[in-house]
Design a protein around this ligand. Structure first.
Ligand code: ZN
Length: 440
């Protein structure tokens, strides 16, 4: 029997219910949505203009949300301050996100103390699934900024009774492993590619650590990374899907490990056709659009996240009524091109293909149009003393298993250039969301 996720119970309590049911949840969402619209229209200059033509107010049905206009990353970038529904003095945290857009202007997200408290509650219920009271829990994310993600996690872990270790990003694998080895058992929260390198480092150097469970976040959590950690540490691996725009809310996997149950009291989630903007039925892939239902500082109404996913329509074995979002494998506006032709390949595909290679510690990838033919470049950090030619062949074989690459590799329409670097004690900094770089 698969246990219910603690977030279910937490939300049921907030709604005054013994058990969460879909009808009560949707009534709550509609009521909160209407309240959000009233606040946004009366307090934010941006939303006053943006929602001016809204005739059907208050909305009678949740589906009517589709009548509202979208909010975009460009709106946040250019009109962020005008989106605020509180005085600047009430803002307790500003997060600046570099964007990949053409303007290069960063996005600024602003949160009040109440918004951060809400996130603390979400983090606390998430950590109840991963950590146990009294046990050490390493936070392998940036922890130095007060009110930042690592700092909020530290507080949430302490609130649920476990012992937080605000460690920070991994820089030296040996030091991190030795810190973990001080604990009889521990859990950890970290970035998938960093935690993979740590686990393989422990195995390569025969360092005994007892990791009881792991929560991975910020980047794509491949099935391959979960399997690799399970093989080395014999621990369950949970995925957390969080969006900075939503003050790190999003969703989390239950013990069935098939999609993230979304934080639906906090977020209204829609999936839309990226081209037409029309809402698509559950089960169909599209762009994730979120509306925050409880945020005070800077509510987001039908915000286009750029993440591509789908709602898994089948009920979950854990019996939660919270809808599940499939893993986000790719994002809009991150297409790669071979000449004029789009190459449907994402970093997530490379993760699934390459991480099963047991000697791989880390890698980065790029696509260059090159001279006579395009080149897929890979710089791979490896453990052990395997011969470079043997590794090259294994990489080529793994890449050939990917449908988007199979044909172009066979036709020699794409060259693969590999560089192998032995993995030492240190790891290079990694982007929060890794992607295949594209060069002319
Ligand atoms: Zn479930």
């Amino acid at each position: 029997m698969i246990p219910r996720i603690p977030y279910d119970t937490w939300m049921a309590t907030r709604l005054g219910l013994k058990e969460l049911d879909r009808k009560a949840l949707e009534e709550y969402q509609l009521e909160r949505l209407n309240r959000t619209l009233v606040r946004a229209r009366s307090l934010s200059p941006f939303y006053r203009r943006h929602l001016a033509g809204l005739a059907l107010f208050p909305l009678r049905d949740l589906g009517d949300v589709a009548l509202l206009p979208f909010t975009t990353p460009a709106d946040v970038r250019e009109q962020g301050l005008a989106m605020l529904c509180v005085d600047q003095g009430e803002i307790s945290r500003v997060v600046t996100l570099a964007t990949s857009g053409t303007t290069g202007e960063p996005k600024q997200l602003q949160f009040t103390g109440d918004d951060q408290d809400l996130t603390l509650g979400i983090f606390q219920s998430s950590m109840e699934q991963v950590a146990r009271p009294g046990e050490a829990c390493l936070v392998l994310l940036p922890c130095a900024t007060p009110g930042g993600v690592g700092d909020l996690l530290r507080t949430a872990i302490a609130r649920m009774g476990a012992q937080p270790v605000a460690y920070g990003l991994i820089e030296n694998l040996r030091e991190t492993a030795l810190r973990m080895a001080e604990e009889p058992s521990c859990t950890l929260v970290g970035i998938p590619i960093q935690v993979l390198a740590l686990a393989r480092y422990c195995r390569a150097h025969d360092l005994r650590v007892n990791v009881r469970s792991a929560l991975l976040c910020t980047d794509y959590v491949s099935e391959a990374v979960a399997r690799a950690l399970g093989d080395i540490w014999h621990c369950p691996v949970f995925e957390y899907y969080g969006m900075t725009e939503a003050c790190y809310a999003g969703g989390m996997e239950c013990a069935a490990h098939n999609g993230c149950h979304m934080h639906e009291t906090d977020l209204l989630v829609e999936i839309v056709d990226p081209a037409s903007g029309q809402v698509v039925p559950d089960g169909t892939e599209g762009e994730v659009v979120i509306t925050s239902l409880l945020r005070r500082g800077m509510p987001l109404i039908r915000y286009r996240t750029g993440d591509i996913s789908r709602v898994i329509p089948e009920p979950c074995p854990c019996v939660s009524v919270l809808r599940r979002l499939e893993k986000v494998r790719r994002r809009r506006h991150c297409a790669l091109y071979l000449g004029d032709r789009e190459l449907p390949l994402a970093m997530a595909d490379l993760d699934e293909a390459l991480i099963p290679l047991p000697w791989l510690g880390n890698f980065r990838a790029w696509l260059a149009q090159g001279g006579s033919r395009p080149v897929l470049g890979l710089e791979i950090r490896y453990f052990g003393d395997k011969d470079a030619e043997a590794m090259r062949q294994e990489v080529f074989l793994a890449l050939s298993s990917l449908p988007p690459l199979r044909e172009v590799l066979q036709d020699k329409g794409l060259e693969v250039a590999t560089k192998f670097v032995a993995m030492g004690d240190t790891i290079l900094p990694t982007a929060a969301k890794r992607k295949i770089e594209q060069f002319p």
